[in-house]
Design a protein around this ligand. Structure first.
Ligand code: ATP
Ligand code: MG
Length: 259
């Protein structure tokens, strides 16, 4: 279980990117965090994976616990060893390395079981098996996203962090990514996915949060969130108009309820 407790994050002297955020990601569950541009989604992923320092970000308040133990002072390598793998935004694969070299890089900080995990990755992603000797730069955007996810799984995480896996991909590929997230959960790995694509994320998730300006304004089961008017209109392309969207942008946060 991952627990984010009252976490605030700042970059330099600018306004906080996360504001007293509380969030839980249960073991073996899919937790979705949906929110628009600048809501703090990537900041949350960086805070949990120990990568804030690369961007001059600082956790200024609160704590992050993994199985009850504080982990917010640990760096990325220590966190990978504790079972947290981060698939960053923009599917940053190593363009000049082959598919297989990319996968092996994902296992670099953990010991053993590399061949077994490669076999599992090729079992889950047939396209990667076929193209294992090709350089990653030759893959399509969707295939690169699959590779980024598979690379994240190579460290055998208990919790996989996915930062906008659907970004810029065609609907069919987005659907496939949803299926892969479900498959990862079936194999016992928890997933914390942040997305602008609320339809995809809330359709595969067990639990969800709506993030606005660094705060969780709504939380509940994914089914509860899907049924909420605000989520329907503003995030699921319901009857929300551009005017309503603009109005919502400066509105006081909705009252938060707990799951
Ligand atoms: N390296 C940085 N330095 C300064 N400010 C930053 C930095 N990274 C993010 N921010 C600011 O923090 C806030 C949250 O950004 P973040 O990248 O977490 O949002 P996001 O929800 O991931 O957005 P997007 O959907 O565009 O990826 C924004 O106001 C952003 O401008
Ligand atoms: Mg982001």
């Amino acid at each position: 279980m991952l627990e984010v407790r009252g976490v605030s994050v700042r970059y330099g002297q600018s306004a906080p990117a996360l504001r007293s955020l509380d969030l839980k990601a249960g073991p073996g569950r899919v937790t979705a965090v949906v929110g628009g541009n600048g809501a703090g989604k990537s900041t949350l992923m960086k805070a949990v994976s120990g990568a804030l320092g690369f961007d001059s970000g600082r956790l200024v308040e609160g704590e992050i616990l993994l199985e009850g133990k504080p982990v917010h002072r640990l760096g990325p390598t220590a966190l990978v060893r504790r079972g947290i793998a981060h698939v960053p935004e923009g599917r940053r694969v190593f363009a000049d390395l082959t598919v297989e070299e990319n996968l092996r890089a994902g296992a670099a900080t953990v010991r053993g079981r590399v061949q077994e995990r490669l076999d599992e990755a090729y079992g889950m992603f047939e396209v990667l098996a076929r193209r294992r000797r090709q350089r990653a730069v030759l893959l399509s955007g969707g295939e690169q996203q699959m590779l980024a996810i598979a690379r994240g799984l190579m460290s055998g995480p208990r919790l996989l962090l996915l930062d906008e896996p659907s970004l810029g991909l065609a609907p069919k590929v987005v659907e496939r990514i949803g299926e892969i997230i479900s498959l990862i959960r079936e194999q016992g790995t928890g997933v914390l996915v942040v997305e602008q694509n609320a339809a995809m994320a809330l359709s595969v998730a067990d639990d969800g949060y709506v993030l606005e300006q660094g705060s969780a304004v709504l939380s509940g089961t994914a089914a509860q969130l899907r049924a909420t008017d605000e989520v329907q209109q503003l995030y699921l392309g319901g009857s929300g108009t551009a005017d309503e969207l603009l109005q919502f942008a400066d509105r006081a946060p909705l009252q938060r309820w707990s799951a």
